[in-house]
Design a protein around this ligand. Structure first.
Ligand code: ADP
Length: 191
């Protein structure tokens, strides 16, 4: 199985590149952000709780997202592999993911880390906010919070995967096709 962690700060382009990766490599896309927004749309109690945190740019509790990912993995036993988008976001989540994948005997193959500097991220998110309808994209203070959460809690995961020799960094500035080209080069080197 090809299991890819697509990593990067909010606004780095993970969603866009995920779409291209799943169609080229026939993988299943698991985005905890999308799953959480699905819960919010359905008005579940999990969604209501998550929304309060998401609207402030804070992470939701590890147990919540780990549970969602475990359900999705169990529901797709015959997949060629998965793209993890926006997950894991903390060391606890990364450890939980390793433990779950151990059961399926198919570890993480690689982490692709998209690198984009802060000023560009803020611009992109504010632009997206004009059309996405996402409350967390509309407000610069919330965007700052998300980037701070990323720097404090999520960035250490690069070292986590580097220690397993699985880190591949990608320049996230350029055209969508250029970036996708660099990603494919990295993925194909593994196949
Ligand atoms: P982005 O990467 O553009 O910030 P996402 O759609 O991945 O957006 O996530 C939106 C929000 O959902 C996050 O700010 C956070 O509140 C919550 N969230 C998503 N994934 C996780 C996760 N793995 N752990 C904790 N919170 C999460």
């Amino acid at each position: 199985m090809l299991n890819i962690v697509l990593f990067g700060p909010p606004g780095a382009g993970k969603g866009t590149q995920s779409e291209k990766l799943i169609s080229k490599y026939r993988l299943i896309h698991l985005s905890t952000g999308d799953l959480l927004r699905g819960e919010i749309l359905q008005g579940t109690s999990l969604g209501l709780e998550a929304k309060k945190l998401m609207d402030q740019g804070q992470l939701v509790p590890d147990e919540v997202v780990v549970g969602m990912i475990e359900n999705k993995l169990s529901a797709n036993p015959n997949s060629k592999g998965f793209i993890f988008d926006g997950f894991p976001r903390t060391t606890k989540q990364a450890e939980a993911l390793d433990a779950i994948l151990e059961k399926f005997k198919s570890p993480i193959s690689m982490m692709l880390a998209l690198e984009v500097e802060k000023a560009e991220l803020i611009n992109r998110l504010l632009e997206r906010g004009k059309v996405s309808g996402r409350a967390d994209d509309a407000n610069e203070l919330v965007i700052e919070n998300r980037i701070n959460e990323y720097n404090n809690k999520t960035l250490p995961l690069k070292s986590y995967y580097q220690a397993q020799n699985k880190l591949s960094t990608i320049n996230g500035i350029g055209s969508i096709e250029e970036i996708f080209g660099a990603i494919c080069k990295s993925v194909d080197a593994l196949l």
